[in-house]
Design a protein around this ligand. Sequence first.
Ligand code: FES
Length: 144
Amino acid sequence: MPGLGDSLDASHQYLCRADEVGPSELRRFKFGKVQIVLINTGQGYVALRDSCPHQGAPLSGGILLGTMLPSDVGVRNYGREGEILRCPWHSWEFDIWTGRSLHDPGRMRVKRYAVSVIGEDIYVATGNKSGLADGTAGLPSSTD
Ligand code: FES
């Protein structure tokens, strides 16, 4: 494992080298009981908890796609290709930039982790110096 960069502390976990995750690829990482899915968006990296807030499916088994955008009556406007993650079990969809579900963004979201790329190495901020704790800051991660 590479050393931590000057701007990182012990709450950051090394994931992999940047060239190990291709564009639009989903890659699963596991640290104890916590799983993370790392997404190479082609414009940067996003890390989400690899567990759907509905029934716990591994989101790393999902697919990236776009969605229908607001438009005039009778007009179909598809966009945001690669920014929506569809769960493999029941097809709930999540905005990868916010973690919020498309159908209930105010109540349902997937936890996001801040990603840092130092040189060629990717780190994720756990927010907890003891490791990847299940932080709950912000919105609830499920309706339970
Ligand atoms: S477990 Fe993800 S939509 Fe049901």
